[in-house]
Design a protein around this ligand. Structure first.
Ligand SMILES: [Mn+2]
Length: 323
C-alpha cells in the first residue's frame, strides 16, 4: 500500500500536513507546488488500496481526479476550506471541508488532532491572513506577545515562500520546506535550529519594501487595485502584500495584479476584513479564478478582460457592502 500526501505549498498546506504526520508518521510521496498550482490531485498515480490525503486545495478544482481515484478503489482523506461545490458521497471519501471565512485547513487539522500541535496551526492561520482566528486558537497556549509575533512572522514567511510563477521564483521548494520543518515538533525550535526563517524573513522584507513604494493603479469606492511588474520579487510578494493592504484598510477590498511575462495578469483579491466575502464570487467569474470568500485569485487574467475585472470588482464589493 502506498500513501500520497497532496498539499498546497503555502503555510496552511505545509502546517496541516506537518501536524498530521507528527501525529501519524508515514513515509509518503509528497505532491505540492507553488500556491496557485492547485490542480495537484491528477498527479497522483495510485492503485486500489492506496491512501491519499489532500490538504488545502479546492475539491471543486480537483473533482475529476478525485472521482477517478475513488472509482479506482483509493481511500481519500480530504481536509480543506476552499470552495468545494457538491462533495461526492462515497464510502472511501473522508471529507472535512469547512469554507467559513474564519477557519483554515491547519485549524481544521488541529481540531481533528485534539489541538496536539496547536502552535503550528496558529502560525498557519496567521499565514493565511486570519490573525483573529490565530489569536483565538493561541489562547490556551499562554504565549507571550513576543512569541505570538514570532508565530505570526513564521506563518507569513512560510506563506510568502509559496508565491511565484513556478518553484524557480521561490526560496525553497515547498516539499523541501516541509521536510526541513518536519524535523521539529516545536516551531520555536525550528526557528532556532534552521536558517530557513531568517532567509525568508530577509527576502520578504526586501520584496515588501519594493511593493510599499507603489501607488494604487485604480482607486474605487469599494477598494484599491494595485499593479505589480513582471519581476520575481513581485510574484513572491503579491500575496503577503495583499494581506497587508487588507489589514491596513479593513473596510476596503483589495486586488493585486501582477504582470505576466507572456501578457495578462495573475490576480490576488482580498475582501474587506470587516465583511470577508465576495472574493471567490468575483474571481470565479473569470475562467481561471477560484479561492475562498475572504481571499481568492485568478491565475490568468487576459489584458482584454482588465476593464471587465475593474467593473466586476466594483459591483461585487459594492453589493457586498450594502448587504
Ligand atoms: Mn489555506
Amino acid at each position: 500500500m502506498s500513501t500520497f500526501d497532496v498539499f498546497n505549498g503555502d503555510a496552511d498546506g505545509i502546517c496541516a500536513l506537518h501536524q498530521l504526520r507528527l501525529a501519524e508518521p508515514c513515509n509518503s510521496t509528497l505532491i505540492t507546488g507553488v500556491k496557485r498550482d492547485i490542480d495537484l490531485l491528477k498527479q497522483v498515480q495510485a492503485q486500489a488500496g492506496d491512501r491519499v490525503t489532500v490538504l488545502d486545495i479546492s475539491l471543486d478544482r480537483n473533482r475529476a481526479a478525485l472521482q477517478a481515484l475513488l472509482q479506482q478503489g483509493v481511500e481519500v482523506v480530504y481536509v480543506d476550506h476552499h470552495f468545494a461545490g457538491d462533495i461526492p458521497a462515497h464510502p472511501a471519501l473522508h471529507a472535512n471541508i469547512d469554507p467559513s471565512p474564519a477557519t483554515c485547513t491547519s485549524l481544521l487539522m488541529d481540531a481533528m488532532l485534539g489541538g496536539r500541535f496547536r502552535a503550528w496551526a496558529v502560525a498557519a492561520a496567521f499565514g493565511d491572513g486570519l490573525p483573529e482566528s490565530a489569536r483565538t486558537a493561541a489562547m490556551p497556549l499562554n504565549l507571550s506577545e513576543d512569541q505570538l509575533t514570532v508565530l505570526r512572522e513564521l506563518g507569513e514567511c512560510l506563506n510568502y515562500n509559496a508565491y511565484g510563477d513556478s518553484v524557480d521564483d521561490l526560496y525553497f521548494h515547498p516539499a523541501e520546506l516541509y521536510c526541513r520543518l518536519h524535523a521539529y515538533a516545536d516551531p520555536f525550535d525550528f526557528i532556532a535550529g534552521e536558517a530557513v526563517f531568517t532567509t525568508l524573513k530577509q527576502g520578504c522584507s526586501a520584496d515588501m519594501a519594493l511593493a510599499r513604494s507603489l501607488h494604487p493603479e485604480r482607486t474605487l469606492p469599494s477598494g484599491s487595485v494595485y499593479l505589480l511588474p513582471d519581476q520575481p520579487w513581485a510574484r513572491r510578494v503579491s500575496g503577503v502584500f495583499g494581506n497587508l493592504l487588507a489589514q491596513d484598510e479593513p473596510a476596503l477590498a483589495h486586488a493585486v495584479l501582477t504582470r505576466k511575462s507572456g501578457g495578462g495578469y495573475q490576480v490576488s483579491v482580498r475582501a474587506p476584513r470587516v465583511n470577508p466575502s465576495g472574493a471567490d464570487e468575483l474571481c470565479r467569474q473569470f475562467e481561471t479564478g477560484g479561492g475562498r470568500k475572504g481571499a481568492a485569485g485568478i491565475n490568468h487574467l487576459p489584458e482584454s478582460e482588465l476593464e471587465q475585472f475593474m467593473t466586476r470588482f466594483s459591483m461585487v464589493f459594492n453589493s457586498e457592502h450594502l448587504s
